[in-house]
Design a protein around this ligand. Structure first.
Ligand SMILES: O=C(O)CCC(=O)C(=O)O
Length: 290
């Protein structure tokens, strides 16, 4: 099946037109899309997709094994409340609450720079977020290209960063981002904590990226707290400069696919509660960063 590809920025990202995956898709087409996504630096939006949950999951499986799949790692405490009742592979993000008082998804998810699930030994590779309901304006998501940010560092700074590892802990976000009632004990007991290199290499392309994020990274292993803070703050400032960013203004039915290995993202929650926003996400389990 033919489709049209347009770049989203000069550096990374592509948008796809002329595809209707809801009509069914072959393994060949799905694999072709994975290739297009890799060629686009791991950011791709496919417009106008009316996917069922089953189709969303089937496409996502072409990127790799999924979080929530009963055959894979157990569900995370941190998101189990927001999982789709009929499809454990689907995590829901929403500002809406059902009539019985249960949330339709996590409110305020990702309203800080982060890389999905970086607090696990095998963090997320691709995330495939499907926009079902969006507010008339606002609720954009911003992406920061961490491969371009790495490339732009001096050789001296690259040498300093090369041997370093950092700790990533869900507790960092739980402590600072969420109201107490939505934080459970499992979010805070260090159960979701992992140590990763500050610079990782994407196996498919050999390209290096920075891999720290303000949402989940707690500290650089082996450094004094002030030294760790100074380096992390420098990196966060450096890697979120405008030339590394793409800001996605959603249209309903967009399917946005990003690579958490080479990108941070930030969900802008600038819309009121009476304007519904509802998104469904499949999340691919990646390799241990190296
Ligand atoms: O709601 C969004 O725009 C993104 C939410 C988010 O950060 C995520 O799904 O990881």
């Amino acid at each position: 099946m033919d489709y049209q590809i347009k770049p989203l920025t000069r550096g990374f990202g592509a948008e796809i037109f002329g595809l209707d995956l809801s009509a069914g898709f072959s393994d060949n087409l799905a694999q072709d899309l994975v290739g297009t996504w890799n060629d686009a630096g791991g950011l791709m939006v496919i417009h106008e997709q009316n996917l069922t949950s089953e189709q969303h999951i089937a496409l996502s499986r072409h990127f790799g094994p999924l979080f929530g799949d009963p055959r894979e790692t157990p569900l995370q405490d941190t998101v189990s409340r927001y999982i789709h009742p009929d499809h454990p592979e689907i995590y829901r993000v929403s500002n809406q609450v059902s009539k019985d008082g249960t949330p339709k998804g996590r409110k305020g998810a990702g309203t800080y720079w982060h890389s999905d699930v970086s607090f696990r030994n095998r963090p997320a590779q691709a995330s495939l977020l499907h926009a079902k309901t969006i507010p008339p304006v606002g609720g954009d998501t911003i992406f920061a290209d961490q491969a371009a940010a790495y490339d732009a560092l001096s050789e001296g700074m690259k040498t300093i960063l090369a041997p370093l590892f950092a700790w990533h802990d869900f507790e960092v976000a739980a402590r600072t981002q969420y109201a107490k009632p939505v934080v459970v004990e499992g979010d805070m007991n260090g159960a979701n904590c992992a140590r990763h290199p500050l610079v990782r290499t994407k196996p498919e392309t050999g390209r290096k990226s920075l891999f720290v994020n303000p949402g989940f990274t707690s500290n650089i292993d082996g450094l004094d707290a002030n030294e760790s803070k100074a380096i992390l703050e420098f990196l966060y400032h450096h890697s979120t400069q405008p030339q590394f960013l793409y800001r996605h203004r959603w249209t309903e039915k967009d399917l946005l696919i990003w690579d958490n290995r080479s990108m941070m993202h930030f969900a802008v929650m600038d819309y009121p509660d009476d304007e519904p926003r509802y998104m469904e996400r499949c999340t691919v389990i990646g390799e241990p960063p190296a």
